[in-house]
Design a protein around this ligand. Structure first.
Ligand SMILES: NC(=O)c1ccc[n+]([C@@H]2O[C@H](COP(=O)([O-])OP(=O)(O)OC[C@H]3O[C@@H](n4cnc5c(N)ncnc54)[C@H](OP(=O)(O)O)[C@@H]3O)[C@@H](O)[C@H]2O)c1
Length: 274
């Protein structure tokens, strides 16, 4: 596993397991299996209603807590410090953990500035090892960074070979904020797995199209959190560190960029005027 050093010095695994759309009942089994395969980073959220399963897996897995990197996200539209504290407290209770490695604001809703200052306070208290945002674009990120004492370590946004987010990568450089790709396989839809370009490149390295799509992001310094409930795919999605894409491969994959989100979730600036 390779790690990224975040702007506060914390090391974050380049690959984690996303657990969106996994039922509360199944989550503990999936997360324990992923940890056994070698995953050390898990990405959940209050909105996924499976934080309890993640926390139970962390406690049952037999791997030391400090070797694991647990991310969760608050999604409620909070307008005050008290509302933010309540929603954080709910997540911490569900997880049952003493601390969270990374707490994100899931969407730019409510009053992001007030929410951020409350997260900063809890970060200083050690409740979180790092804090960041998700789905913040140039129209909303200034609400955080213009008034921040602590810069977001990551901005988790839709990103994959069909939506490569090159402008966002440039935009976030001054803040030292890393792009973390959600839906790095475009939800397994939209032809990534069947792409003839990715398949042909994969044949050279003995890798699948999915592995080529994920490796492209990693070679661009982007953290990834592919989701799967299948053990063999967990293994596949983490087996990315024994080959390197050539400059020609990178150039060819760059041409797959459509510049648009494909998942249907709000990812673009226009929908986020607040
Ligand atoms: N911050 C946000 O707003 C936000 C939004 C969306 C997602 N996320 C996070 O990002 C994570 C990943 O995104 P996602 O779950 O939307 O999509 P994804 O990881 O791009 O794709 C997951 C889909 O691809 C399939 N898949 C996984 N590995 C595969 C492989 N090697 N070959 C073929 N198919 C494969 C999975 O099926 P199986 O499960 O059947 O294997 C699943 O249907 C989420 O779980 C969540 O943690 C965050």
């Amino acid at each position: 596993m390779e790690y990224k050093v975040l702007n506060n010095g914390l090391k974050m695994p380049m690959v984690g397991l996303g657990v969106y759309n996994i039922s509360e009942r199944e989550t503990q089994r999936v997360v324990e299996e992923a940890i056994a395969v070698g995953y050390r980073s898990i990405d959940t959220a209050a909105m996924y209603y499976n934080e309890r399963g993640v926390g139970d897996a962390v406690m049952a897995c037999g791997v030391a807590r400090e070797e694991l990197f647990i991310t969760t996200k608050i999604c409620d539209a909070c307008y005050t410090r008290e509302e933010t504290l309540r929603t954080v407290d709910h997540s911490m209770t569900q997880l049952g953990l003493d601390y969270v490695d990374l707490m994100l604001i899931h969407w730019p809703v409510g009053n992001p500035t007030v929410m951020w200052h409350t997260l900063e306070e809890l970060y200083h208290q050690g409740v979180f090892k790092a804090i960041g945002v998700s789905n913040f674009y140039p129209n909303t990120l200034p609400k955080i960074v213009d008034d921040a004492e602590v810069m977001p370590v990551v901005n988790q946004c839709e990103c994959h070979v069909l939506f490569q987010q090159r402008e966002m990568l440039e935009y976030m450089k001054p803040y030292g904020t890393v792009l973390e790709a959600w839906s790095p396989l475009a939800e397994g839809r939209s032809g990534i797995v069947r792409s003839s370009v990715l398949r042909r490149i994969g044949e050279k390295y003995g890798k699948s199209s999915a592995q080529i799509a994920l490796k492209f992001l990693i070679q661009n310094g982007i953290i990834i959190i592919p989701k799967t409930t299948h053990k063999e795919r967990m293994q596949e999605n983490i087996s990315l560190f024994d080959f390197t894409l050539s400059d020609d491969d990178i150039r060819e994959i760059r041409l797959l960029d459509t510049g648009r989100n494909v998942t249907g979730w709000p990812s673009d600036v226009l929908r986020y005027e607040i």
